[in-house]
Design a protein around this ligand. Sequence first.
Ligand SMILES: [Zn+2]
Length: 212
Amino acid sequence: MQNYDDLLKANLEWVETKLSLDKDYFKNLSKGQNPPFLYIGCSDSRMPIDTFTQSEPGSFFIHRNIANQVFPNDMNFLATLEYAVEQLGVQHIIVSGHYECGGIRTAHEKCRHSAMISNWLMPIKKIEVEHKEELKLLKNEDDRLDRLTELNVLEQLKHIFELPIIRNKIESGEYPKIHGWILDIRHGNIKEIDIPMEEWKSKGIIPKEYEK
Ligand SMILES: [Zn+2]
């Protein structure tokens, strides 16, 4: 495990490496950002999305919280989303969950936690109740947790599509594409989640103008 002093030492080494490859690296980096992606992910320390996608600084505008929740009344999230969409003009919004998510497990296990954690995870418990029958058919606990992780991402995608800022963008014809991911932390791979476009369009969740 890294200790605190290692962090600062590693930083100096990284700066040296970057400058040895490109002496203007930081000069260029400091000129401004134009990230193509807004990434909404879990706070889990094992999910540095830049590392998993071999991306350089400047690729992802990032919002993270426990179990990658999208709440329409979360000012922090809404400000991040609005800035990403309106000011930065991101081309893609990615909501990413991951297997072995402590937030999902805690919601599922229904253990007693502080009021704050319980409140935060309540929507996941709701998703589990709503999909009780589907989850019951799975053969073991791990499969149920994995499916709940995927259902959680789908639920957050629904919230994104339903936000007025996103609906207005879609109706205007110029909008970011919206994606759901699961980071399979056991193998390192990113799995794309299928969004049921036609079903969600018929239910009015996705505006009819939206094209994949
Ligand atoms: Zn997590």
